[in-house]
Design a protein around this ligand. Structure first.
Ligand SMILES: [Zn+2]
Length: 368
């Protein structure tokens, strides 16, 4: 059982092969708007222009920046190929819709949430997020490279005020073609919006999962926080995963939250989840934990364990630079992240998602 020597964000710098989908999402509120005519949209802000393009049907192509000032640049081109099926519910109760496509010539995923549009792409230098707010011409940009505790870039991801936690629809969640990922945000992540966690750690994984690994599946990502007994647990000691798994089991039972092989529960923390570990999960089980202080693919790595992926099937690739696929462990400082699973792990995950083979509901075995 190899122990993870996780690379930190400072090593998230070189990745590219990522086949990401660029998505732009588009809120229910926005969906109610009448489509903007092409003449009007010429002078519209980026978010309005995006909504108008989506309303015309997909695929769609548009320019996003410098619209009013006439400074549109050819490389601010957004090509939206399709919408990814499923719901993203943020911790404030608002919803996001996900699209994939190309942004500035790179695969990207776009999340349209209430009042905002976030474009996440994986570049050679790491995760790149460009954000636009409704009614504004300002371009918000954040590059998630370097140490997360030393970011100087402006935050690209905005969120609305707190609201009650999302109440999942159990009947919907039990549909056979649907997978549900519950991301339970520990109280010590309160300084980071769930929108931000999604754009930086999850959106690129979600697009890769839906486009390349399990196409045709409906995938929900539900963020929750401020749940007594679940998100306020003590952690960082050996055996944390056992105790949190017990807490999650009780909570799901009380709230009638389905727990099948297609339902996964990840505690997202700020610090190390157990001594010398940024993440740990039950192999093919229900529950896992991942730290935002680990490398950027830590969430993808732990979800991979829950879906049957293995360290031994991971790869180091060379594409002008060396990178490690999501399940690689232990990680080396000098290598970057590929932000994808190896072909062998994609196959293991595909098998698991289709058949549930090897699912152990109350598994207490981890690779980490
Ligand atoms: Zn692992």
């Amino acid at each position: 059982m190899p122990n993870h020597n996780r690379k930190t964000h400072s090593r998230a710098i070189l990745s590219t092969s990522m086949v990401l989908a660029c998505c732009a999402a588009f809120s229910a509120q926005a969906a109610r708007h009448e489509p903007t005519s092409p003449a009007e949209s010429t002078n519209a802000t980026a978010v309005a222009r995006f909504d108008a393009a989506i309303a015309q049907g997909l695929p769609a192509r548009l320019q996003l920046t410098g619209l009013r000032s006439g400074q549109t640049r050819g490389d601010d081109d957004l090509h939206i190929e399709g919408r990814l099926e499923g719901d993203v519910v943020f911790a404030d109760g608002t919803h996001g819709v996900t699209y994939d496509g190309m942004w500035r010539g790179t695969r990207a995923v776009v999340t349209r949430s209430r009042g905002h549009l976030d474009i996440t792409s994986v570049t050679r230098s790491g995760i790149d997020i460009t954000g636009y707010t409704e009614g504004s011409d300002e371009v918000e940009h954040e590059a998630l490279a370097g140490d997360p505790r030393d970011r100087s870039a402006r935050t690209a991801v905005k969120a609305s005020p707190p609201a009650p936690p999302a109440t999942p629809d159990a009947a919907e969640e039990l549909k056979p073609n649907r997978l549900t990922f519950h991301l339970m945000l520990h109280d010590d992540t309160r300084g980071t919006y769930s929108h931000h966690i999604h754009a930086g750690y999850v959106a690129w994984w979600l697009a890769d999962f839906q486009r390349r690994i399990a196409p045709g599946r409906v995938v929900d990502v539900l963020y929750s926080r401020d749940i007594a007994g679940v998100t306020d647990v003590r952690y960082g000691y050996l055996g944390t995963l056992h105790d949190w798994s017990d807490a999650m089991e009780r909570y799901a039972s009380e709230r009638d939250i389905p727990r099948t092989y297609r339902h996964k529960f990840l505690l997202v923390t700020k610090g190390m989840v157990e001594p010398d570990r940024y993440g740990r999960s039950w192999q093919k089980g229900f529950d896992g934990m991942a730290s935002l202080d680990g490398r950027y693919p830590e969430v993808a790595h732990q979800l991979g364990h829950l879906l049957g992926a293995k360290h031994e099937r991971a790869e180091v690739r060379y594409q002008g630079w060396w990178c490690e696929t999501n399940m690689y462990a232990p990680s080396l400082v000098l290598r970057s992240n590929c932000y994808v699973y190896s072909r062998a792990n994609m196959s293991l995950i595909d098998d698991y998602v289709r058949t549930g083979e090897g699912f152990i509901g109350h598994s207490r075995w981890s690779e980490d």
